[in-house]
Design a protein around this ligand. Structure first.
Ligand code: HPA
Length: 270
């Protein structure tokens, strides 16, 4: 595995001269930020040795190197999900490669169902913490030398990044909410009873991604920041049918605001 990671990182390094320290993972239908990147090099996942290939509509599947404002960034346009059939090692493989490439900061985005009754569709939720409800742990198996066998998770989402995001949102008049993101395997959306259960467990939003990537990034000492776009509500009395298309449409509308926060954060960090 380590050999594959290094092989992939070496392949990428041989094809771009850019050496970003910040990476951005763009979730379902959240690729708009990529349009603001002055792309210098991009690699379809299918061309990258050892990379899994994305299968879901709305995930175009490219690794991008370029400039967001004055800053060099790496962006993943589309990610890998457990429900697609990948193992957690595959889902988090790109994060391991990022570490090898010198990434120090990771920004992630996702679409999620809100379980907090105060949330509205279209809210931007700054992720303050998470609950791992995935059926397989990405660190199961032989420990990688990047981190401890039993990694600390007391600050999975960097507090300084959260403060910065709050400041930027306030300055720009962007409404944000905050909360705990719970990740389950999908691909079914939740039943009303499951939304209620997750709410009882302490979740403010639920989705099918992000947590495995954050766990591996933290195991690599990478500082993390995450945003959920609330695309539907798993709140009693407000539950309606959910479809992938509706989730994408709701995400589409809020993308510019998310992009603004990410762009500004990237500009202000080292
Ligand atoms: N549940 C799980 N994943 C999701 C949801 C949801 O309600 N909305 C968008 N992704």
């Amino acid at each position: 595995m380590l050999q594959k990671i290094q092989e992939t990182a070496a392949w990428i390094k041989a094809r771009t001269t850019l050496r970003p320290t910040t990476a951005i993972v763009l979730g379902s239908g959240l690729g708009r930020l990529a349009e603001e990147i002055d792309v210098k090099d991009s690699f379809p996942y299918a061309d990258i040795p050892n990379f899994p290939v994305s299968t879901v509509e709305g995930h175009s599947g490219r690794l991008i190197f370029g400039y967001l404002g004055q800053k060099i960034v790496l962006a993943m346009e589309g990610r890998f999900h457990y429900y697609e059939g990948y193992s957690m090692k595959e889902v988090t493989f790109p994060i391991r490669v990022m570490y090898e490439l010198g990434i120090k900061n990771l920004f992630v985005s996702n679409a999620a169902g809100g379980t907090n009754p105060d949330f509205e569709i279209g809210d931007l939720m700054l992720i303050t913490d998470h609950i791992n409800f995935q059926p397989e742990h990405p660190l199961r198996g032989k420990n990688f030398p990047t981190g401890s066998r039993f990694p600390d998770m007391s600050e999975a989402y960097d507090r300084a990044f959260l403060d910065l995001a709050r400041t930027i949102a306030r300055e720009k008049g962007i409404r944000t909410v905050e909360g705990v993101y719970l990740s389950d395997s999908g691909p079914t959306y939740e039943t009303p009873a499951e939304y209620r259960m997750y709410r009882t467990l302490g979740a403010d939003a639920v989705g099918m991604s992000t947590v495995p990537e954050i766990i591996v990034a933290r195991h690599c000492g990478i500082r993390c920041f995450g945003v959920s776009i609330i695309t539907d509500l798993g709140v009693e009395g407000k539950i309606v049918t959910v479809s992938h298309e509706e989730v994408q449409r709701a995400a589409e509308a809020v993308q510019p605001l998310m992009a603004e926060i990410f762009r500004e954060m990237v500009a202000r960090i080292d």
